[in-house]
Design a protein around this ligand. Structure first.
Ligand SMILES: [Zn+2]
Length: 424
């Protein structure tokens, strides 16, 4: 059995039209916005037309249920939001593929042995309120929404206000009471890295989420005029630069001579307390995101960076405040941060076989990015399927997966679902 490829591609293109106006090809669909509400209406219509029971839970996640009164349920889906000026594939692909899979099963008269549910998670990106994996983490009980209700977006609107305005008061957002009936969670997603394309492979069988460590660093020194002629400057910018240069060196050494990096370092936020050309800022705040497949490689680099910040700061008489923002286990709501978050090996083997039966070139791959699947993985058997992303570009209008790979990915999702369903 195969999905209807042209119908799938048409749905994917149509979902991309629910976007705030922006640069050509870019999609901006943030949570609790008219664009998102319109996308929900469109997806709900498709799910209803396929004969599913549709509802939006109190968290804003959209569900389409094919209830056959079976004791167990298979869930498939991904997230429907995007980052600002993001692409048309990240998240959207997994949602429309799940819809297409059930649509196809319904029209062929297939009788599932499990209840099947399609989910379009709300606010995975956290782009508006810094609430990564909001919909799935609240759903599994890994995040108390009241703890983030006061977070504000760029316009000063709080998450609590925005959600309530759309009919979703935070007080009513409760986690699912029990996930014991869930036999599997399956998510198709674009790779967001270059490996599959570079190796000419169509399917990535995702082993799990590697290491992700995010830290916020505040360095406080003394505001001085550039004309200060003493030698006792307490310059937080120079401390940060020194530590970041050492970090860059450590990252380069770890990746030297490799096609596939072992670690990536990102300074995503950099905020000096002043931006005057002739003033030493009193303070600089910045973030460091370190990630890679293997915590055993990434963690020592993080430790080395922290030690270097502390060494340089103490030598310069600069105060250090270090905050852990997230790691892959806090995002997942549990686990050992020194180990990767592994998906279900048996389910991964189903994906591998499904791709093999279709003679699709494939490989095992670690995700460098967080996904809703990481909230599900500690609680229900979980598998992710990756398809290539052109030049590894994602979170941009340039994000693109060729039509054939989109369809192959959905076919493998369908075949994996059939294999899991057949197990009873
Ligand atoms: Zn995504």
């Amino acid at each position: 059995m195969n999905v209807d490829g042209s119908r799938l591609l048409a749905s994917l293109r149509h979902l991309a039209t629910f976007s705030r106006p922006g640069p050509s090809g870019a999609v901006t669909r943030l949570p609790w916005t008219p664009e998102d509400a319109a996308a929900v209406r469109y997806l709900a219509e498709g799910l209803r037309a396929a004969g599913l029971h549709v509802r939006q839970d109190a968290i804003g996640n959209l569900w389409g249920t094919w209830d056959v009164s079976a004791p167990r349920t298979i869930i498939l889906g991904s997230h429907r939001d995007s980052v600002p000026a993001g692409g048309a594939f990240d998240g959207a692909l997994g949602v429309v593929a799940a819809l297409e899979v059930v649509r196809r099963l319904r029209e062929t008269g297939y009788r599932p042995r499990h209840n099947l549910e399609v989910v379009a998670w709300n606010d995975e990106e956290g782009a508006r309120f810094g609430t990564t994996l909001f919909g799935s983490r609240v759903f599994v009980g890994a995040l108390d929404p009241r703890r983030v209700a006061d977070r504000v977006d760029a316009d000063g609107v709080s998450l609590g206000e925005a959600a309530a305005r759309h009919g979703f008061p935070v007080e009513r957002m409760l986690p699912a009471s029990d996930l014991g009936h869930v036999a599997a969670y399956l998510e198709l997603h674009i790779e967001q890295g270059p490996l599959l394309e570079r190796e000419g492979r169509t399917i990535g069988v995702v082993s799990g989420i590697g290491a992700i460590y995010q830290r916020r660093i505040t360095l406080r020194g003394t505001r001085l005029h550039a004309a200060y002629s003493g030698t006792d400057r307490h310059d937080p910018v120079l401390v940060a630069s020194g530590a970041l240069a050492a970090l860059d060196e450590a990252v380069r050494a770890a990746n030297a001579g490799r096609e596939e990096a072992r670690v990536g370092a990102t300074v995503g936020m950099w905020r000096p307390s002043s931006e005057l050309i002739n003033v030493v800022p009193e303070e600089v705040r910045f973030t460091v995101d370190l990630r890679g497949p293997d915590p055993a490689v990434v963690l020592p680099i993080l430790d080395g960076f922290v030690a270097e910040v502390e060494r340089l700061a103490s030598a310069a008489g600069v105060e250090v405040l270090l905050e852990a923002v997230n790691d892959h286990t806090t995002l997942a709501g549990g686990g050992d941060p020194t180990r990767p978050l592994l998906f279900d090996a048996a389910l991964g083997e189903r994906v591998n076989q499904a791709a093999g039966e279709r003679r699709l070139p494939r490989r095992a791959i670690f995700s460098w990015a967080g996904h809703d699947a990481m909230a599900m993985a500690p609680r229900v058997p979980t598998a992710m399927i990756f398809v290539p992303s052109r030049r590894g570009l994602s979170h941009t209008a340039m994000e693109y997966t060729v039509d054939d790979d989109v369809v192959h990915g959905a076919d493998v999702l369908l075949a994996t679902l059939l294999a899991v369903d057949a197990e009873g």
